[in-house]
Design a protein around this ligand. Structure first.
Ligand code: AMP
Length: 181
């Protein structure tokens, strides 16, 4: 029987309770990545709306956004831009502070990674509160990029991330939703 993408993702994504701390259900995509068919189908589904629109760059958020973003960039014949944790990039950088549950962190991008007017798709594995993706969108826009959309395999809708990104004028696409955090 033909299995829907939702069914396949439900099986392929592993939930690990109380990681990285008590009360959090970690949605682990490593089991999805090692399942060739589920990985392929996920990338195909993420790519689909953007075929033929001439995206210049796929921006992936460290670290799981690199894996998905690299595959998406290859399939769309786009470039790939890493958005990294502070201190990892060697060249001239732009950085932005963003809030985590406790305290703040910083993410960075090479200053010459995107040009004004570049059409960019932002990619990560999961959107929760949206704080991480919001910072990435702001960084890209600061460099003059036209952020066409942000896409994720997983949405945790209870945490409200989608509306935070849509409020910046960036459409959000996700493949599956899970309750809670
Ligand atoms: P947020 O900034 O709250 O939207 O968190 C999104 C970032 O944290 C993404 O890079 C996710 O990989 C990671 N993340 C947050 N919550 C979870 C979770 N429950 N399971 C797996 N990854 C998570």
């Amino acid at each position: 029987m033909h299995e829907s993408l939702t069914q396949e993702l439900n099986k392929a994504i592993r939930a690990i309770k109380d990681y990285p701390k008590p009360g959090i259900v970690f949605r682990d995509i490593s089991t999805l990545l090692q399942d060739a068919r589920a990985f392929r189908r996920s990338v195909d589904a993420l790519v689909h709306p953007y075929i033929g629109i001439g995206l210049d760059q796929i921006a992936g958020i460290e670290a799981r956004g690199f894996i998905l973003g690299g595959a998406i960039a290859h399939q769309l014949t786009s470039g790939f831009v890493p958005i990294r944790k502070k201190g990892k990039l060697p060249g001239e950088k732009v950085s932005i502070a963003y809030s985590l549950e406790y305290g703040v962190d910083e993410m960075e991008m090479h200053r010459d990674a995107v040009r004004p007017g570049d059409k960019v798709l932002l990619v990560d594995d999961l959107i929760a509160t949206g704080g991480t993706a919001e910072a990435a969108v702001k960084l890209l826009k600061e460099m003059g990029a036209d952020v066409i959309a942000a896409c994720f395999v997983i949405d945790l809708p209870d945490l409200g991330g989608r509306s935070k990104i849509e409020a910046l004028g960036v459409p959000v696409r996700t493949l599956i939703e899970f309750d809670g955090d």
